[in-house]
Every structure is written in structure tokens, then in C-alpha cells.
Ligand binder design. Sequence first.
Ligand code: 13P
Ligand code: SF4
Length: 313
Amino acid sequence: MPLVLRMDLIKEINKLKKEKNAIILTHCYQNIEIDEVSDFVGDSLYLSKMAAKTNADIIVFAGVYFMAQSAKLLSPDKKVLLPNMSSGCLMADMINTSDLEQFKKKYPNIPIVCYINSTAEIKAKCDICCTSSNAVDVVRSLNVPKVLFVPDTYLGKYVEKKLGNVEVITYNGFCPTHLRIRKEDILNARKNYPDAPILIHPECHLEVVKLADFCGSTKEIMEYAKNSKEKRFIIATEKGVADRLSRDSKKENWNKEFILINDNIICPNMKKNTLDNIYQTLLDEKNEITLDETIAKKAKECIEKMLQINLKN
Ligand code: 13P
Ligand code: SF4
């Protein structure tokens, strides 16, 4: 988009936000230009907390469907809008309620944890929610020898490995974007940039995570990179993280370099939101998230249990 038009659009969005008492919450996998109209940019835990706190009348969620749904669960009186209604999370869509019932039947009487990357219907049938920032703490807080974990098998197994004393029985969901990071990518990065620590997301394959230097959520990866004394980093998660770190390094003179581990680590659904569709969505107040009341009540409890635990985040 030509620069003048883009600047006009940014101005118009900011004007509409004021007129309508709206805020924009943006996940750090979004197209980076969206940050220019955003009130809060971060990972899913941070954005859930911001959604629960805000006094705005409208929340535009620049993220994927389950994130906007979580914002609506936590702020039921607000209008929550998603710029592109087809921006679902492929992992969240790998489990439906009948899959969940079968999974629970196979392993009866075991507490069940769901990753926030799941629909409200799934959350409504689980005991407690977690994000990638707090999954280890949430499972530990249950203080039981065994838990069920849906839908991400890799995050679940990562938690099991970190805790060492809890068996985590996982559903077989996965993130197709993070699974595109292969062992060879790590080996190539080591060969080409031997000085650069490799920072990886726990949705990646465990065999690949083992080879990296630091594993953490989006936010943890960004904080690690910012606070580290190293000057060059390999980013093994979605491209938006590398883009934001590179931008901030330039803006704030960190003199650090961030290299995306492989050019395909892009979540296509995360990239469906643009300044254009954010503008149209806010202008027309369209694409509103609605929820069945009974499901919403239960799903909210599942998220609130997570938010109530006294976690380090
Ligand atoms: P975070 O919890 O790190 O924000 O990750 C969300 C996500 O969708 C990762 O693929
Ligand atoms: Fe879902 Fe993976 Fe995209 Fe995250 S990166 S929103 S887990 S498909």
C-alpha cells in the first residue's frame, strides 16, 4: 500500500478508536504494521489479561478466532470483533467435543488441562486452561500424578519433561507452522551462525526443542532476546516475533540481529488481519464474536482458574 494511504488509514483507525471507545489487542504473530494502531501487543496470556481489565466498549482482536473468543469470555459485556472471521487456529480446530469425550472416556477420572489454543466448547469441558507461558506452572499447581492435556501433544510432552514427576497424557493435536521447524534447520543454523543462541517455542517437535538453547513462549523468547548479552539470535517460532525483535532493536539501538530459522515459519491465518480489514471491521462494527451462554459460563471458569493461580507471569 502506498505510504500516504497507509498513514491515512492509520489515522482513520486511531480516530475511530477514540470515537467508539475501542481498543485493539494484537498478537505478536500478526503483520507488524498492525502494531501502529494497537493498544497492546503480546502473547496470548498477556492479551487475555488485558481483555479482562479493559474499560473499552469495543475490543478489536488482531489474532486468531480462539483468542477473540477468549477475550469475549473474559469481557462478556464488551463487543469483541475479529477482522477476518476465517482466521482460525489449525491446532485448535483439531479437536471437537466428541473427540474430547472419547479421549476422556479412554482415560477416566484424570484432571484435564486445555491449552488456550482451543475453542470455547472445549474449554467448557476441561478443568483448567493454560498458555505456553504458564503450562508448566498450571500442571504443577494441580498436584496430581497424571493429567490429560489437549490439544497440543508437543506442549503437553514438553510440560511432562520439565516437571519430571507428572505423567501428561496428550491428545494428538499439533501446530503445522511450528512443526515446519526441523532438526536440519537447527543443525544448519548452528553451522552458519555458531555464536547465535537458538530460541524455540514449545509447540515445536520435542526432538527439535532438545537441540535449541532456550525454549519459551512468545513473550519469554522476546524477553530472553532483549535481556541477553548476545548480539545475534536464531528465532525458532513464527516470523512476527523475529520481525518485532528486529524492529525494536533498530528503534532502541540494541545492535542485535534476529534471524528467522527458516523462511516458512509463518502462520497463514494469523496473517489474514490487515490495516484494511481492521478499519472496515471497526467502522461497521461487524464480525462480532457471540457465544452460547451455558458454554461461555463454563469456559470462562476454565480460563479464570488459570488467571487466579498465583503464577510467576
Ligand atoms: P503464545 O501463547 O506464545 O502467545 O502462542 C500462541 C500461539 O498460537 C503459538 O502458536
Ligand atoms: Fe495455531 Fe499454530 Fe497458528 Fe499458533 S501458529 S495460531 S498454534 S496454527
